[in-house]
Design a protein around this ligand. Structure first.
Ligand SMILES: Cc1cc2nc3c(=O)[nH]c(=O)nc-3n(C[C@H](O)[C@H](O)[C@H](O)COP(=O)(O)O)c2cc1C
Length: 420
């Protein structure tokens, strides 16, 4: 996010009374609260400054400044273990990482099988024109689902894309009683969050990075660790350039911003999308930012580029890139999601933070779609082995602070119970 992803929001796509539509100038009685805004900007310093340009009123309750992470939208993080049967496996699946927190899934469940469908309307438009990220996110959910089935004494036999690559059903999972399995990755499901805050200036030993990767049953997907300073500098510069290109692309900027949930009302009613809470800010900065008027898309874009430059790339201990020979293949994309989720869960269990960073491939897609000369693809290829095509990228490191959860729709909302 603040890729047209993870930029700081502070505006609801459905403007509330007294709030502006995206990009519109300040209106209403509170539009001129410059003095208090200026005072707070001083406190926030560089981190928050870009968030603050905007309009609106005093938003303590609207943004849940005093009680972040509260309410129904976060209940799925508290109750994901409650159901000992297949519905409990769905409750774990929907906590998976997924692009812009679009949650592009639907489940059909009975006592002996679970079907996972793509919800085709839940996507990020021009940010993911080939729906690669959407299918990677579905793969992440499939991995949580498989872990949760095993923990419940149900052996999951997974058939991916049983109806072909263009069908809505992305997986059929047969469930057979079996001894329950213990797994650290299962235990980590409720603690895993995307961490967009600063990481410590500490290298991660090569063995520790290698131990994050378990490719069992996922042939053809590789992880490239970018750790040497020269390659990291190349990739960091590329990530910043790509972030700038995303925000300069009106369509990508708008399509990403449509998933920002800038008020508590929006979070509690949508239960999806990107939030201020998930930006990795300090409690003080977060609390102050929430008291301020809603910001515009352009200020959110600027904040994201700034964070990419000064926090995300500046404090990364290492980058990981998942690659394959055929990145457009849907099975490859689902398998990539499964591996990505495994890495994130193992990292969580070991105290290593992870942030997905996909603006480079998002720009590769945009150039390809527009038939433009490829500029990002050859630069990315320069830090990867010959023939290794990138699907997703992320940074890892030892975190300075914990990440906060993002909202989720409930298992009941995304599940249909079917006869056996
Ligand atoms: C395929 C994919 C692409 C993503 N791309 C980005 C990204 O470019 N930047 C970012 O900060 N987060 C990215 N994310 C993380 C999601 O925004 C995040 O998983 C989602 O908001 C839910 O939050 P959570 O992971 O903390 O549960 C991506 C996740 C997936 C699965």
């Amino acid at each position: 996010m603040p890729t047209a992803h993870d930029r700081v929001p502070v505006e609801s796509p459905s403007p509330r009374a007294g709030e502006p539509a995206s990009g519109q100038p300040p209106v209403g009685p509170s539009a001129g609260s410059t003095l208090s805004r200026r005072r707070v900007v001083r406190v926030l310093g560089t981190v928050g400054a870009a968030v603050l340009v905007g309009v609106g009123g005093y938003r303590v309750f609207d943004t849940a400044a005093v009680n972040p992470g509260h309410g129904q939208a976060y209940e799925p993080w508290r109750h994901w273990r409650d159901d000992a049967g297949p519905m409990g496996a769905v409750a774990a699946a929907l906590l998976a990482a997924n692009p812009h927190n679009t949650q592009p899934w639907l489940f059909r469940v009975n006592a002996t099988a679970i079907d996972v469908d793509v919800d085709p309307g839940r996507h990020i438009g021009s940010v993911d024109p080939y729906r690669r990220e959407q299918h990677v996110g579905l793969g992440c959910a499939l991995e949580n689902l498989a872990l949760a089935c095993r923990a419940r004494g149900l052996r999951p036999d997974i058939a991916v894309l049983p109806d072909g690559p263009d069908a809505r059903r992305v997986a059929h999972v047969d469930l057979t009683p079996a001894p329950a399995q213990q797994d650290d990755r299962y235990e980590a499901i409720g603690h895993r969050h995307t961490n967009r805050g600063p990481y410590r200036a500490l290298a991660i030993p090569a063995e520790a990075l290698a131990e994050l990767v378990d490719t069992a049953g996922l042939p053809g997907i590789s992880v490239q660790w970018i750790v040497d300073p020269a390659s990291m500098a190349v990739l960091s510069a590329l990530l910043v350039d790509a972030a700038e290109a995303v925000v300069a692309d009106e369509s990508q900027s708008r399509d990403g911003f449509a998933w920002f949930r800038g008020t508590d009302d929006a979070i509690q009613s949508h239960r999806d999308g990107l939030t201020l809470d998930a930006q990795g800010l300090t409690p003080l900065t977060l609390g102050l930012a929430k008291l301020l008027p809603a910001s515009t898309r352009s200020s959110g874009d600027a904040f994201w580029v700034e964070q990419t430059r000064t926090v995300h790339t500046a404090t990364a201990a290492a980058y990981g890139v998942l690659t394959a020979a055929s990145p457009d293949d849907r099975v490859t994309q689902l398998d990539t999601g499964r591996l990505l989720q495994r890495i994130h869960l193992t990292a969580t269990a070991r105290g290593i933070a992870l942030q997905h960073m996909n603006q480079i491939t998002e720009r590769i897609d945009a150039e390809r779609l527009a038939g433009q000369r490829a500029t990002f693809s050859p630069r990315f290829a320069g830090v990867l082995p010959p023939g290794a095509k990138p699907l997703v990228a992320f940074r890892v490191g030892y975190p300075l602070r914990d990440a906060r959860p993002s909202p989720r729709r409930s298992a009941a909302t995304v599940t249909q119970r079917t006869p056996r």
